[in-house]
Ligand binder design. Sequence first.
Ligand code: GLN
Length: 554
Amino acid sequence: MCLTTQKIVELRKTKFIFVTGGVTSSLGKGITASSLGKLLQARGYRVAIQKLDPYININSGMLNPYEHGECYVTDDGHEADLDLGHYERFLNVHTSKSSNVTTGRIYQSVINKERRGDFLGKTVQVVPHITNEIKRCIKQLSAGAEYDFIITEIGGTVGDIESLPYIESVRQMLWEMPDDCLCIHLTYVPYLAASHELKTKPTQHSVKELLQLGVQPNVLILRTEHPLTKDLKRKVALFCNVNAESVIEAIDVPSIYEEPIKMQEEGLDYVILKKFGMPNEPEADLAQWKNFVDKRRNATKSIKIGLVGKYVELPDAYKSIYEALIHASVYHDRILELSLFQSEQISEANVMKKLEGLDGILVAPGFGQRGVEGKIIAAKFARLNNIPFFGIGLGMQCSVIEFANDVLGYLDANSTEMNDNPEHKIFDLMLDQKQNIHTEGTMRLGAYDCKLEKGTVAYAAYGKDLVSERHRHRYEFNNAYKTKFEEAGMVFSGINPESGLVEIIELPNLRWFVGTQFHPEFNSAVLNPHPLFMGFMSAAVKYQGEKETGNSNI
Ligand code: GLN
């Protein structure tokens, strides 16, 4: 259901929607922004989402996954906040470097301009120079791409010192373009169990905080664990200068993917369009989305997948892998039963006890020596027991090193990431990387083409010759060993057509044994699940069935 061309031409002027957060962090601004984006997109509008992060780091590349969760990578090689993953999974669009801006980048750009003399001797200040740069970053997303809506999520919580320049930029844009901008403020309504009461005071204070900074929010979204009464909404509306229909309840839902449906029921997109004076018909068509959510709700049978990684205590560290597995399991009518295994705790002695009974094993990406041994042991266990196996990044590298040890009989085979000078350097830096080892430039980042070999498992999954997938790694398979591996039964089913670098390996004699140097998880969306995750899940479901019927002999 699309808007008529006539209407789209009329509406071409981009509207800017800011999403701020109050009361506490971790309220799910990213999911709110993504849900609104989905609803507007499902009405036929072109939507872009962006996150402004108030920290000083230039990007997420150096951030510890324990603190910030996974580092998401865009096609153009930007190491970004994991919220960009939500945007892509909800909207099925690709984000870019412009979709995630940090304070570090804002200051870097302003300081570079100052050094070039662009400010003609003027004193460089937070207002207007930093705020102008922030506004430029917000508006530049609309340049050329002709979006109807740009949704900008402001990281952090209102009242934080570091987000002040962002809120000031929002204030200026609301003032300069009153018809084209609005602000959604997401807050929390706590429930006091002792008195059985929902409390609105934190919301009122949070809105006051925004008002002190000159921003009157247009819509309030209230996160809550209990339904909000009409009276409560009216009270919040009165104290916060908004009309009651602009107070939206965001009650906890069993899955983030239910949020767009909930927001549609609450009339979020309706209120936004009304405020912009835009047509409200036809309603957002969420049929396909609802189909996914129904499938998820209706699944009764589990599928047991084991994820072996270094950061398993923090599920966000593997956020995109987790979501890609969810997508694939839902389309196979299965409930994902994910067991997380700390790779450091896997040994030859306990691997059987730990990984036995799984329907599929995924060995995660990673950097550095810690936990590598356990990843190698897990890959070997999957290979010897013919359990569907998916190795990603370092997970793939471990499966290849394991093959070198156990099948090719190389006693000292390794990646030079783990050992400077093993006898067999199976993964190594490329020559051009060795020449500038201590710079950011050694990392292969972003989307690269991959040519698939016909007749392979990978080709069967994708169903085409050429794909593009995202990378974030330094070490490459050493092609000097290719023939040796091929002679022993390994197939190199995906190759970078320009450089000849290995992208995908597989062992065709097993149920499903695939490793990718790239990160397919970044390309899995709710309405577009990733082919390799789908292939892995199909194999796991088939293996599960074989075990149930007693036909699972290796
Ligand atoms: N540490 C490995 C490399 O840099 C793998 C990285 C990853 O898992 N993406 O090559």
